[in-house]
Design a protein around this ligand. Structure first.
Ligand code: 6GU
Length: 229
């Protein structure tokens, strides 16, 4: 069965073109995933189609109202079960490859893309099963986090990547190995040269060079990110 991902957003246009580009587009064409973007405004039923309102207790800015989210989410929950109802928020658990690996086994995922300080908290409280942050920085909304999650999950689905794009020897898989750099023609460009060993045709030397580079880059990566040592 094909995976289904529903995303609810007040700014659905921000999701459409990234999801219809490159490998994620191809994954949908190959029927490996169905991604459905829901416009929050379609669930506003008052005469002005209002989806935001002033926060109780004061403070700057507007909040997304609970009712359109509840309507949309409850409709989806009537139609199918969801393995994960994801709520992107700076306060959530840090997203990583092991979460992507787990979620790639799901049948149905829902992502509720609100805005920071922009969503009535009862939506999170009532529906979220997974609260996720994508890093230590502040974004204007959950949409970019939703795209990060979708991209990292969909590329793991069987039949999405071609052999040449294979996920098997990726950087940041469980061994935390950073790969050696890659080069293509021309062998020299603006005085910048491709390492000789890669031009040599000597398979064993190439293999050893890649392993050595991978080790050096992995150590450097650990150091700049203050991991162990
Ligand atoms: Cl998931 N959302 C927002 N708005 N900001 C973030 C984030 C999520 N993760 C890190 N910063």
């Amino acid at each position: 069965m094909m995976m289904r991902i529903d995303v609810i957003s007040a700014v659905p246009d921000s999701l459409i073109s990234p999801l219809n580009t490159s490998i994620i587009k191809r994954a949908q064409e190959r029927k490996k995933v169905e991604i459905i973007v829901h416009n929050l405004r379609d669930y506003a039923h008052d005469k002005h189609k209002q989806i935001d309102d002033k926060p109780f207790g004061g403070g700057p800015g507007m909040l997304l109202k609970p009712e359109p989210f509840f309507e949309c989410i409850e409709k989806l929950l009537c139609e199918r079960k969801y393995d994960h109802i994801v709520f992107p928020t700076p306060g959530g658990k840090f997203y990583d490859q092991s979460i992507a690996n787990k979620w790639s086994l799901a049948q149905n995922i829902m992502i509720i893309a609100g805005h920071y300080k922009g969503i009535d908290d009862r939506v999170r409280e009532k529906f979220a099963t997974d609260e996720i942050s994508i890093g230590m920085y502040v974004l204007t909304g959950g949409e970019i986090a939703a795209l990060v999650i979708i991209d990292s999950v969909v590329r793991l689905l069987p039949g999405v990547l071609n052999d040449s794009e294979s996920a098997l020897n990726d950087s940041l898989m469980d061994g935390n190995i950073i790969e050696a750099p890659y080069y293509t023609r021309p062998a020299e460009y603006k005085e910048l040269k491709v390492p000789d060993v890669l031009l040599s045709g000597h398979e064993k030397n190439v293999r050893e060079w890649k392993a050595e580079q991978s080790k050096i880059l992995t150590e450097k990566w650990k150091k700049i990110n203050k991991l162990e040592k």
